[in-house]
Design a protein around this ligand. Sequence first.
Ligand code: GLU
Length: 472
Amino acid sequence: MSSDKKVRVRIAPSPTGPLHIGTARTALFNWLFAKKHKGEFILRIEDTDSERSDKKFEEDIEEGLRWLGLNWDEFYRQSERGAVYEEYLAKLLDSEKAYYCFCSKDELEERRQAMLAQGLAPKYSGRCRAIPAEEARQKAGGGEPYVIRLKVPDTKIEFNDLIRGKIEFDGSLMGDMIIARENGEPLYNFTVAVDDALSEITHIIRGDDHISNTPRQIFIIQALDFEIPEYAHLPMILNPNKSKMSKRSDNVSLESYIKSGYLKGAVLNFLAFMGWHPTDDREIMNIEELIKEFSLKRVQKGGAVFSDEKLDWFNNNHIRTTDTKELLELAKDFVPKSWKLNEAMIESIKGRINRLDELEETLRFYFELPNYEGALLKWQEMNFGEVELNLNKIKDVLDNMDENLKRDKVQKAIMEIINNGSRGEYLWPLRVALSGQKNSPGPFEILEALGKKESVKRVDLALEKLDIPETY
Ligand code: GLU
């Protein structure tokens, strides 16, 4: 490829299942590469397998890519390109770079077994190559079942994978491959090669499960006199136990992650680190930073381990740094409709949750004070009398404040009355009074989130709980 050519990359998912996390990763790497080089990103739906393809999966894939913000500049659907494939199949037949093959399945199987019996790697014998082109055309036209085979040269080909380096392949081991089935229906490697060439894809960045397709596609590209693109095969995604991740497994669909409350920025960040990392030791990166730093040179060869814990960690960090207003909007989908969330509530849980689906549990105390035991109000060795005294002092402070409590202001006022006293002896009872829980956000954050009226009500309730005789 000449270096002045505009970068054009593509993602070519088959709509045979919902958008898989691995496909999302491939899409992201392509998109980042396109953005980095001011190139174009193309979406091509590979739906020629009409039995396994489903429109609903196509929609899911498109929706998922849109959710991630991986917008495409051009769109193609292979099922609409039949005429194009026909044209290029005809070209290969006319130039006698491909030929009709009439060998029956039984014959092929018989020869395959014979080769195996001789200890040879099975490949097509090339028998139908010898049929004169005109005769073959007439036979095919007359209704005799056929497939179309590419004449694969007995040569070695080599390509330089941008991630894995030099890869060599021996055409003589392959035999003439089928590029179209009976009735001329074009096959996968053929449609990919034609589409990549016609849409002037400069770099093919895809999972390394496609490595064995690459030489096949190169033979087709050569036969059609198209330019050979650059290739970069991404490392496969492994489960934490290092087994290969299955495409068919439901819990790795992007949608399941969206439903669990992973933020777009966190998913992108996590996906980017599945097989890539920047030059420094940064991990939390936003999309602009990823575009700036992305390079295929820094993609690793070895498998990339997928870990939910790591994804949670990314998400926790992204939740923490997301604008509170934005987070509040996102949060609404994860809590009961009747809850009136405010920014202070959201602010108070930032960094405390890994996923938005924990919000309902984490925020519930704001809307339903849990029924807790009075004893929980005691900090360490305190007795009820001391708790009561301290809560009353705090109540006096609150009584003198505006309804809209501001965290900094209320903190300053309460810290003044604590003065040199034990913070725990004031702030623990206060926090428990406000949250009814052992663990919760800090008391000042809760005060701002609840407002004065509700806060005072909760402190009063705590004081009532203390209204029991001291047991020791
Ligand atoms: N359609 C293929 C898949 O879903 C991708 C083909 C390619 O990237 O060349 O895995």
